[in-house]
Design a protein around this ligand. Structure first.
Ligand code: NAI
Length: 214
């Protein structure tokens, strides 16, 4: 067996990859096609050695004396992240947040397609939001029996989130993107990503109050 296949990539490195992607995309928009790890370091805020270490985990990509080919690195990182594939998603909870997500077209552009939304509130009955149908949440289980969904996006209150996660898991989703204010535990090979915007906001508050630590 190839040694690389048994090395588990650290979560910290994986969580830095979207930032690399974002930075490289920005460089491409500015028509920068070649960059040294030192220059990339100045833009991205990681040290040059950190960048080399991170990218070495996946096989390097840089050339001594040349740096990185921005387009190639961007494409490699997209491939590593699995962006470019199509992911069928559904949103559970068609309130403020659910609607903000379905109306944000960039996710769709990168392959994350919202196939349907679900809500218990009858006021959504028959509605389409950004051309996506809102279905009565009572039919979520049945829907998952007929449609193959990769990612369930939970935008409900926290009390409902665990039960919804169970239905999604039993319905065969591969991942749950959870926005409800509860840390859902991963079960039965379903990857759970809990998102808390407030963590970021409160970190900002800390640095505003302790600028010396920034
Ligand atoms: P909202 O009240 O506008 O929408 C929630 C929707 O979920 C409602 O339409 C409701 O009918 C529906 N719902 C409740 N139980 C359901 C169930 N069992 N099945 C299907 N639909 C159900 O609330 P909003 O502002 O959209 O926030 C949604 C959730 O996201 C809240 O829990 C909020 O705390 C959380 N939130 C999390 C953020 C984060 O960073 N993680 C940021 C903003 C909100």
């Amino acid at each position: 067996m190839n040694d690389k296949s048994i090395i588990k990539v650290s979560d910290t490195v994986i969580r830095r990859l979207p930032k690399y992607r974002r930075c490289l995309e920005e460089l491409l928009n500015r028509k920068v096609y070649q960059i040294s790890s030192q220059d990339l370091s100045k833009i991205i805020g990681f040290t040059a050695s950190q960048i080399r270490q991170d990218l070495n985990v996946f096989g390097g990509f840089g050339l001594k004396g040349f740096g990185y080919n921005v387009q190639d690195l961007y494409l490699q990182i997209e491939e590593i992240l699995g962006i470019g594939s199509v992911y069928n998603t559904i949103i559970i909870g068609a309130g403020n947040l659910g609607q903000a997500i379905v109306n944000y077209t960039n996710f769709c552009r990168t392959g994350f397609l919202v196939k349907a939304m679900f809500d218990i509130n009858p006021k959504f009955k028959g509605l389409r939001i950004n051309d996506v149908k809102v279905i009565d949440a009572e039919f979520l289980k049945e829907y998952l029996e007929h449609v193959s969904i990769d990612i369930g996006i939970i935008c409900t209150n926290k009390e409902s989130a665990q039960e919804i996660a169970k239905i999604l898991t039993e319905g065969g989703v591969k991942g749950i993107w959870n926005f409800a204010p509860v840390d859902l535990a991963a079960k039965e090979n379903v990857i759970v990503e809990n998102v808390h915007l407030s963590d970021s906001l409160y970190t900002l508050a800390y640095y505003i109050n302790h600028p010396q630590d920034y």
